[in-house]
Design a protein around this ligand. Structure first.
Ligand code: SF4
Ligand code: SF4
Length: 299
């Protein structure tokens, strides 16, 4: 966990914007769509707290027409932890007379500047004792904090003589060396409801959402790769997921998907699982809904 005094935020956000302005225009457009303008809601007093919470890889198994379809949900998708962190900390702060509210800020950048972690060559934040398998949660409190040192965003020292992630990335998103091309990153596309670009080869996808390839090969994650959960989905549950309508989910299916952070991503899960199945079995599991989408994607 790290604290940043709100008096530091204007400077940090200016520096963030400066870094951002040096990105190629297509990446700026992408980020504009993903993040609101932070300057609109920067609190002036108190502190921003960023907590890093360990999360595990989830190995999921779907049953489709008698075949097992194995895939992965990367760590960090379980958003329920955000509320849990706040519900743990709120009574402590409120007991001392301070409030606490969630706040959306560029958490990874701020965590790096506050010294909570260092960047890998794959643009993912690595934290001591957690590797990259952690979800960042940020919130604001009116409890003031002391001015603590800030650090320049740093590349992890282990990256200096290593390029494993660059070699493992199937889509060439890390080819540039200095800057990750987020447009080439599988995660960007399988988290988006837009059609997949024609260059994206479905065989690259091993996750039902996101991508783990550059994290799986990273020596900084070696200790944490064994921290996994497993969950399987019956033929009936898989069929409901492929149908694409979350209202069709049984209470048990809903609970299972909520448990791994994917109920709110039902549409993406359905679309991406369809691609995985089509690629691995040669069978087309698309329902009517997906036939329309597929034809758009193939145009
Ligand atoms: S794989 Fe190597 S270069 Fe890439 S983030 Fe890990 S240590 Fe750094
Ligand atoms: S998440 Fe996947 S596509 Fe994105 S940089 Fe890593 S390996 Fe490449």
């Amino acid at each position: 966990m790290t604290w940043i005094s709100c008096s530091r935020l204007p400077r940090l956000m200016r520096e963030y914007a400066d870094t951002y302005s040096r990105l190629p225009p297509h990446l700026q457009t992408m980020l504009d769509a993903l993040f609101p303008e932070p300057a609109d809601f920067l609190p002036e007093d108190g502190s921003v707290i960023i907590a890093a919470v360990p999360q595990r890889i989830v190995k999921v198994r779907f049953f489709y027409r008698g075949q097992k379809i194995d895939a992965v949900v990367p760590p960090t998708y379980d958003r329920r932890i955000d509320e849990q962190v706040i519900s743990h900390i709120a009574p402590i702060l409120e007991g001392a007379g301070y409030g606490i509210v969630p706040i959306e800020l560029p958490k990874k950048y701020l965590a790096a500047r506050a010294g909570l972690g260092k960047y890998g060559r794959n643009n993912i934040l690595y934290l001591a004792g957690l590797g990259s398998f952690a979800r960042l949660v940020s919130f604001h409190t009116d409890l003031p904090s002391t001015i603590r040192p800030l650090y320049a965003p740093r590349l992890h020292s282990s990256c200096e003589l290593c390029e494993r992630c660059v070699e493992a990335c199937p889509s060439g998103a890390l080819r540039d060396g200095d800057i990750m091309d987020a447009y080439r990153c599988i995660t960007f596309h399988n988290e988006s409801t837009d059609p997949f670009p024609s260059w994206l080869d479905p065989s690259w996808m091993t996750c039902v959402v996101g991508c783990m390839r550059c994290q799986e090969v990273c020596p900084l994650n070696r200790t944490y790769l064994g921290h996994i959960r497993r969950m399987s989905f019956s033929e009936d549950e898989t069929s409901i997921i492929l149908g694409g309508d979350k209202n069709e989910a049984t209470p048990l299916l809903e609970e299972k998907l909520r448990d791994i952070g994917l109920f709110s991503e039902f549409f993406l899960l359905s679309r991406n699982l369809s691609f995985l199945i089509a690629n691995r079995t040669g069978q087309n599991p698309y329902g009517k809904f997906f036939i329309a989408r597929q034809s758009r994607m193939e145009r």
